[in-house]
Structures are given as structure tokens and as C-alpha cells.
Design a protein around this ligand. Sequence first.
Ligand code: SF4
Length: 435
Amino acid sequence: MKILLVNPPVYDFALHDFWLKPFGLLRIAAKLREQNIPFYFFDFLYKYDRRLLKIWTPKVDKYGRGKFYSVEVEKPEILSFVPRKFRRFGLPLEYLKEDVSGEHFDFVFITTGMTYWYIGVKEIIDFARKMWPRTRIVVGGVAATLMPDFYKTLGADIVVIRDDFSSLKKFGLELNIETNDFPDYSVYEKIDYVAIRLVEGCPYRCSYCASYLLKPEIRFADVRALADYIEQWYYRQGVRDFVFYDDALLVNAKKNLKLLKDLLDDKKITGKIRFHTPNALHVRYIDEKVAGLLKEMGFETIYLGVETTNPERLKETGGKLTLEEFKKAIISLKKAGFKNDQITAYLLMGLPNQPPEEVISGLEILKEYNIRVMLSEYSPIPRTPLGEGAIKEYKIKDPILTNCSVFPVMQYGIQTVNYLKNIKNEILRSLKFDA
Ligand code: SF4
């Protein structure tokens, strides 16, 4: 048996390598390796492919973030009202063809990310079908879990929901992915960072978020195993940047993160590695003790999910924080030694029925804290309460319209969207960060 694992190209207006790795697919790779099942791994978003390096030079910042290789492509007609260029992000299809021609695979596994990135998924399904008409094409991951019926219509034979691979048993493949199955980054020749996860799931149920649909239960990885894993990647490849993909890293932080810190101290790694939290930390759980722990462990960038400063909307959408808690968290972080430009607050823009004035007011309130602010453009996620409401209200039939670069334009119009982004940029320029 041989399996092809593919992280497909992405068709979108923009895509930045904000520590983006196909976490689930890399865990499958680890499992297959453990079971001695041969596989070939192809990540279209890999930046260091030798063929690519002849035509393009990757640029990454000190933490491993950077641009992906991309080419401009024709914009689908349905997106013609968005005055931005449309691009295909990822390696040319020819590279995959070159790598696998003459090979036979029993399964092709294709992972999915955002629900509106289906064009790239379809490209790989069509390619695989043409290359190996009898091979089973399996689609899994975030988008497939949220929209299994839609992803089936793209031509997949099997759609895997969450980590449930039981439908593959009858074809002779048993895969049980557990919380302690960590990704196998050895499929890459070069890596800038390693994504990890300590806590699966989230105790909150914010109405715009799909976390509970993807991971309905809270599960903790084995802290000792995670510490060993970090040690291995630090010593094996000199990886310095470790990126937590957790939605709720700070749940039980005083016990679990503290234990992780102690173990890394024992291994003499603390101070040599850096941690990042792009999925945002829960503001509510940050007190002086937790902030101190984060600082001592080497957390380098802190992202906080604020989303809106309208107290009513905060409550309505799930009540994960209050502005008072936010204030306390910022005071604790600064007291622990975090510099202003190490802290970023996410603010949502374009929530259904959210007037642009609310976004402006949020930007002004956050400005007072002298920290970084990022505007997250809202994307209606299928099967979430807010997402379903928006999809109905705007009569969205094609998931591509739920793209975060598209939906706020449908709501506000491009001028208002650009106006809000300009205000955010002006605020960032006006902030004075410590040297
Ligand atoms: S707290 Fe964050 S991860 Fe949890 S449901 Fe809300 S938005 Fe999602």
C-alpha cells in the first residue's frame, strides 16, 4: 500500500505564511511512518522546493513568517465586484506531476483549510483522478469537516470528518490519530518553525467560531511527550520558533504550561527557543502569574482575541472576555516584561450587523493601550450560528463568497473596508513602541 498526502494550492486574494502548516496532514504522515506504510508527502505551500528556489527567493522574518510563492490568475466571475487581484498560492502543479509520474498510489489524501479555498482542492482531485482513475481520493481537514457534502461534490470518494478514519477500514487502512500524535516535520528538507498543540478544543462557544465543531472535546496532550518533541526539534534541526496552534492554550496553564516550562528548564532549552500564539490567547486567563510564566518560557509574540469592544456584542457572541479583563491582562503582560509591540489584539471587522463605527470605536479604544492591533476580516463559517445567519441573509450559495476578503466588502462596500484598514494603519504608525 502507498499513499499520497497533499496540501493543495490556495486560490485567494492574499495569503501570508503566518506560521501556516498542514498540521493534520503532518500528523497523518507521522502515523503512517509509525505503521511503516509508505507515503509521499507534497505540500504546495512549501517554500524551499529546489525547483522553486531557481525562480523565486523566499523571504522570512526573524520568527519564520513570510510570503508564499504565488502567481496571478483569472478571478472567478462571481468575485468580479472585489477590485483586487486574485492569485494562486503554491508550487506549480508540474512539480507534483514530475515527482509522482510512474508511481501508483492506493489512496490520495488531500487536506483542506478554509471552506472557500475549494478551487485548489478541486485542482488536486482532478489531477489525481486523471493520473490514477482507480485510486481512492480522500478529502479531510477543516473545510471537509464543516462542509462534507459540498466537498464530496468536488469529486472525492471519501470525506473524512475530524479525525474519524473508520470509513477507510474496509479498504484495509486503519488510522487512529490521537492527541499525542505530533506532526512529522521530517517530510520537509528545511523548516523555519514547528507548530505544536498542547490543548485540543475550547471551552467557549463563540457564535462566529468553529472550534467546537472541529474539536468538540477538550483534550490535553501529554506534557512530557510534548517537551521531548520540542527538544528533539531544537536539537535535530536547530528550530527556535515553536508555534502553538491551540485554541485554548491557557486552560489549566498554571498546571500544564508550568510543567512544560519545568521540563524545558531541565532540558536547558528555556531561553533558547521562542513561542508564538497566532490563534490568540484567552484574555480572561491572563493574570500576573500566567503572564510571568509566558514571559519566562520565552513567549515572544502574544496575540489576544478581543474581537469587539462593544460590551453588548461581546456578551451576545459568547462572552469570552470583558473590557475590564482585557485591561487587567494588558497590565499583567506589561508588568511581566512584554513590550508593547510584542502584544497584538485581534479586532473583528464585518460581523453581521456590525456598523463600521463600532470597528472605529474599537480601534480607538485599543489605541489607548499602545499595543499592536490586527483587523480580522470576518468570514461566515458554515454551521456556526453567526455564519449560518449571514449565509442565509446574504443568500450565499457559493462558499467562495464567505472569503474574509469578500464578505466584509458585501457588507460595507470596498471603500468602507479600505477606510477602516487605513485607520488601523494610521493608528499603528502613530504608536510609539519601546526600542
Ligand atoms: S474562545 Fe476563541 S477558540 Fe474558543 S470558541 Fe471563542 S473564538 Fe473560538
